[in-house]
Design a protein. Structure first.
Length: 252
């Protein structure tokens, strides 16, 4: 079983009020790691110390989001956080057609090369639009061929594209490159797109975990972009589902 982390974007509203209290509650639930998305008035060094003192790890980070203009900052922050994984991601226009996909791949290949020289691994976080089809092919398949050295944090809910695709099949396809998995659940309703606690939606969570390569994937990272219920309750329910079903390892 892989250790379980939580993407702190899930708790961004709570972090606005008291970020340290959020971290303390996350560790009380039992999470082994956190994936920051913003530092909430803490420096990266301060965040690293707080997380370590609480007995957790920084599994990975979405801050700063990698782009061609901030690579030196990314390298510096990664060093302060003590991590070797850094993230990028793109909007719908970057995957709107084949020309856009090629341009995005070229940009990412350049970033990957420089970051690799600094000892960092670049991974990409997807959304649903990468899993739309172009001339019958999933666009992420095309992109992956053009970026052979970039790793993935496969968002397993978006990879299902509201039920158009099978998430475990996508995990299996990209398992050699998916160093992280975003574990996310929902009802596959594009018009009313709210998340639910992991295990209470339509995504095949058990199939997703079974399809991962234990030699490649480092962390299972719970994320809820939004939620119709209390977010902390959903984050805790997600933890309990993953642990009770032996889909990840926690501190409780």
């Amino acid at each position: 079983m892989k250790p379980i982390s939580v993407q702190l974007y899930s708790l961004r509203k709570e972090a606005e009020l008291d970020f340290v209290a959020v971290l303390k509650r996350v560790v009380a639930i039992g999470y082994k790691g956190v994936e920051p998305a913003g530092f909430w008035n803490l420096t990266p060094k301060e965040l690293k110390k707080i997380v370590t003192d609480l007995g957790m790890e920084i599994s990975s980070t979405h801050s700063p989001w990698v782009n061609p203009d901030n690579l030196n900052q990314v390298i510096e922050v990664a060093g302060e956080l003590g991590i070797d994984l850094v993230a990028c991601g793109f909007g719908p226009d970057d995957f709107k057609n084949l020309e856009a996909i090629k341009a995005t791949a070229e940009k990412v290949n350049g970033m990957q090369e420089k970051l690799a020289q600094a000892g960092l691994t670049l991974f990409q976080h997807n959304h649903y639009w990468e899993f739309e089809r172009l001339n019958g092919r999933i666009m992420y398949d095309i992109y992956a061929e053009l970026c052979p050295k970039v790793k993935f944090e496969l968002d397993t809910y978006w990879a299902a594209n509201f039920g158009k695709e099978n998430a475990p099949e996508q995990v299996k396809k990209f398992k050699d490159r998916s160093i992280l998995l975003h574990i996310k659940d929902g009802m596959f309703d594009k018009e009313n797109n709210v998340m639910v606690a992991v295990g209470s939606g339509k995504n095949d969570i058990k199939g997703i975990v079974a399809a991962a390569d234990e030699k490649v994937t480092r962390w299972m990272v719970v994320e809820l972009d939004s939620c119709a219920t209390d977010m902390f309750e959903a984050v805790e329910q997600s933890y309990k589902y993953m642990i009770s079903n032996k889909l990840a390892s926690g501190n409780k």
